[in-house]
Design a binder for this molecule. Structure first.
Ligand code: GDP
Ligand code: ZN
Length: 313
């Protein structure tokens, strides 16, 4: 029978099967996933095939097979080995919560998030939250940012998790899908989830479990036929390593111009006849995006980035 992993504790996996029931499953034998040295062979979100144990009184089963993943997010394991820990697999989309102030979300953070999401092939929707609190000037800034990101292909929605503005819209987008909710602490992640499904108290539901080894246990919180991944404390994703030459490919508007650069391996920095820099001069590419690009490629602010991602665990 087919099913999806909803929770993993390390040795047991809670699988929701096609028949609608939850089965506590174990794995038998060794699962090797090509190219990944992972501490957890099966992760939340994995689509699996299970064999139900008919004899046992409890609803248990054995995971026989893991289907290929569409994508997965990882982080380095806490121990010093080269192993990684898969936080979740088969994510349909990420919602990034953005607030102008209280706390401020800078475009460099948004851009780093988007680059990582592109690298993981996860579609991102930008949610500008707390619009109930903005004055005219701030609303104009939100509109400016939304237009900037819409132009390069990202969907943007202004919401108020508190007043409920556009929460239904978000709900519709989540229905039937697996979503990740990210954003700085204080941007309203728990408020949004509670607005989506009041019975699901993100703060107290025990989703953000930390096991004794200090490893996070990720679970799906299922609500209104949508699966939500809470990635405890990790704002954004795990680590992603990429070559300098690759970075421009994850800025969609740069990628679109790449073939027009004189050099096929153009880094869009000091090279002559660079289509990206020409577009920048013509203001067809935004300076804030280019600034983020340069910052990432030069490894500036790396410390800050790491803190953004991992500090608050
Ligand atoms: P999290 O850390 O991302 O989970 O953020 P919380 O959901 O805990 O929200 C942080 C604070 O912002 C809380 O005091 C919320 O009540 C408040 N908040 C969240 N969303 C909104 C909103 O849309 N409007 C207003 N005015 N406050 C909000
Ligand atoms: Zn170039």
């Amino acid at each position: 029978m087919k099913g999806t992993v909803y929770k993993s504790t390390g040795s047991w996996y809670q699988v929701k099967a096609e028949d609608g029931n939850f089965y506590n499953c174990r794995i038998k034998g060794k699962f090797r996933i090509q190219g990944i040295k992972s501490t957890n062979p099966v992760a939340v979100g994995d689509r699996v095939k299970i064999e139900v144990d008919e004899v046992s009184e409890e609803v248990t089963g054995i995971i026989k097979e893991i289907e290929d993943r569409d994508n997965y997010i990882i982080r380095k394991s806490v121990n010093l080995s080269k192993q990684t820990h898969i936080i979740a697999a088969n994510i349909d989309q990420a919602f990034l919560l953005i607030t102008l102030n209280n706390p401020p979300t800078f475009t460099t953070f948004i851009d780093r998030f988007l680059v990582t999401a592109e690298a993981y092939q996860i579609k991102t929707i930008l949610l500008f939250n707390k619009i109930d609190t903005y004055n005219e000037e701030e609303l104009a800034e939100v509109k400016y940012l939304a237009a900037l990101y819409r132009q390069i292909g990202y969907e943007c929605i202004g919401i108020s998790a508190k007043s409920g503005k556009n929460v239904e819209k978000v709900k519709e987008k989540m229905t039937g899908k697996t979503s990740m909710i990210s954003g700085h602490s204080g941007t309203g992640k728990s408020t949004l989830v509670n607005a989506l499904e009041p019975s699901l108290d993100l703060k107290t539901s025990g989703i953000s479990v930390q096991s004794k080894q200090g490893q996070h246990t990720t679970t799906f919180a299922e609500s209104f036929d949508a699966r939500i991944i809470d990635t405890p404390g990790i704002k954004g994703f795990g680590v992603v390593e990429m070559e300098k030459e690759e970075l421009g490919d994850y800025f969609p508007e740069f990628f679109a111009l790449r073939s027009e650069c004189k050099f096929h391996n153009c880094l869009h920095l000091e090279e002559p006849h660079c289509a990206v820099k020409e577009a920048l001069e013509k203001e067809e590419i935004s300076w804030s995006r280019y600034k983020s690009y340069v910052q990432i490629i030069k490894g500036e602010d790396e410390q800050q980035y790491r803190m953004d991602n991992f500090e608050e665990q």
